[in-house]
Design a protein around this ligand. Structure first.
Ligand code: DLL
Length: 435
């Protein structure tokens, strides 16, 4: 279902809309004063009038460091009393980011999330089992606002207490599941353990994001739960989930809600735009947000953009899955590799369950990457480990130490984002029994 004509408007009409919105945004930033106004003036911009989208690459950018330096409210463009809510992210480095929302921002969030859910096949008649965490994290309440805007029924179950979730899904028969991909696997395993097969589960579609995942992981989720598993992307700084979402017919691409969030892909090293189809750092401009409008916010997330026509009829720019983050590339004895590339190889093997953990052992100068996976069933794990080591070498040019462990041996993440990489710098192994 296409909820909003803005999703299918002509590219020319949208460009004109974006240009008007860019000018207004720049005026608002200049009027608000502070860091973004200073940077705009330093770049020679004193007014929005006359700016076109072609001027964007010469406008200043902003990064996470800027949010940290102005924590918690230094970048607000409205008076603090106008805030209706705050959310945030604990962040991988443990430093929190706080973002503010006005009432209008919350409405916008509900709207872009409703578009995303509708694209995934949800309707006002749907029941949405929302197992993203409720709280400061934007997953739970973001999906909640979207489900309410769409007019669907939301089950605000949040993350954790998996047995209760299995029971609720069985009893309430929801058609839509929203949760992280790792939690979808966890739920799927819980259904399997309860003897409930995918055909007996009411769910039809899952909308999964907040952490990196691959098509190999998608296959495993779809098999475990008997659903179509779609990708949703977003970040607190921009609004939360709903910045971009795959649809049932978008051929694996995520439509960016670009009438509200302009996206560029930049070379992470130089900051120059890269051509469509090449991997770049996603950089967003929020055209319509009030409390925390951001001009050219560099996310650190790497993906490709695509503007070719989409089979689903939407005309918005599309982004690929996130292939990695600027800062999560591993360098193992001179070979550069992203964890997602390893996930794609490991989980494509049918003998392996959808659980893995990478351990980067840097205790000696000979860095070692231990790839720990779980066997999908009984049988000798040694040939599986050899096969995986061979495929990883063939595909990525990387010699890894592969361990295929018994089912259930790896830690699961029931609440929050999955941890897929542990660093072993000194002392005890991060996984008991690892040598
Ligand atoms: O994770 C918002 C969200 C909630 C998105 C629920 C989708 C579903 P933050 O906690 O601020 O916000 O974390 C944002 O998570 O910069 C990416 O690195 C990563 N991320 C989010 N979605 C995806 C995805 C939410 N689909 C950070 N694939 C982002 C890969 C993702 N990484």
């Amino acid at each position: 279902m296409i909820l909003d004509p803005a999703e299918t408007m002509s590219v020319d009409a949208r460009t004109a809309l974006q240009q008007r919105r860019l000018r207004k945004l720049v005026d608002r930033l200049l009027a608000a004063g502070g860091l973004q106004a200073e940077r705009l003036r330093a770049a020679g911009v004193d007014a929005g009038a006359g700016l076109t989208l072609a001027d964007l690459p010469r406008l200043p950018t902003l990064g996470k460091d800027d949010l940290w330096r102005h924590y918690p409210f230094g970048l607000l463009a409205v008076d603090r009393t106008e805030l209706a809510a705050v959310h945030g992210s604990s962040g991988t480095s443990g430093r929190p980011t706080i973002v503010g929302y006005t009432e209008a921002d919350l409405r916008l969030w509900g709207h872009v999330m409703a578009r995303s859910l509708a694209g995934a096949g949800a309707t006002p008649r749907s029941t949405i089992h929302n197992a993203y965490g409720y709280g400061l994290f934007t997953g739970g309440l973001g999906v909640h606002h979207g489900a309410r805007t769409l007019g669907a029924t939301v089950v605000p179950v949040s993350a954790g207490m998996t047995q209760r979730q299995v029971r609720l899904i069985t009893d309430l028969a929801p058609d839509v599941l929203t949760c992280t991909p790792s939690y979808a696997v966890y739920l799927g395993e819980a259904f399997a353990a309860a003897g409930v097969g995918p055909d007996e589960i009411s769910l039809r579609v899952g909308v999964h994001g907040a952490e990196p995942w691959t098509d190999a992981m998608r296959d495993k989720i779809e098999a475990l739960l008997g659903i179509r598993a779609l990708d949703i992307y977003g970040l607190s700084e921009i609004i939360g989930p709903g910045v971009a979402c795959e649809t049932l017919d978008s051929a694996g691409w995520l439509h960016v809600q670009e009438d509200h969030f302009h996206v560029e892909a930049l070379d992470p090293a130089t900051g120059d735009p890269v051509p469509d189809g090449e991997i770049g750092e996603l950089t967003f401009t929020t055209y319509t947000k009030q409390a925390l409008p951001l001009l050219r916010y560099r996310t650190g997330d790497l993906a490709r953009l695509d503007r070719t026509p989409s089979p689903d009829g939407r005309t918005t720019v599309k982004m690929s899955r996130i292939v990695g983050r600027r800062d999560d590339m591993l360098v193992v004895r001179g070979v550069n590799v992203y964890p997602s590339e390893i996930e794609a190889v490991v989980l494509a093997d049918p003998a392996v369950a959808p659980q893995y953990l990478l351990v980067l052992d840097t205790r000696t100068a000979q860095t070692r990457l231990v790839v720990c996976a779980e066997a999908a069933g009984a049988g000798d794990p040694a040939p599986v480990a050899d096969r995986l080591a061979g495929t990883l070498y063939e595909r990525l040019g990387l010699r890894c130490d592969v361990r295929v462990l018994a089912p259930g041996a790896l830690p699961r993440t029931e609440v929050g984002k999955a941890v897929r990489l542990r660093r072993w710098e000194t002392g005890e192994a991060p996984l008991p029994g690892l040598d």
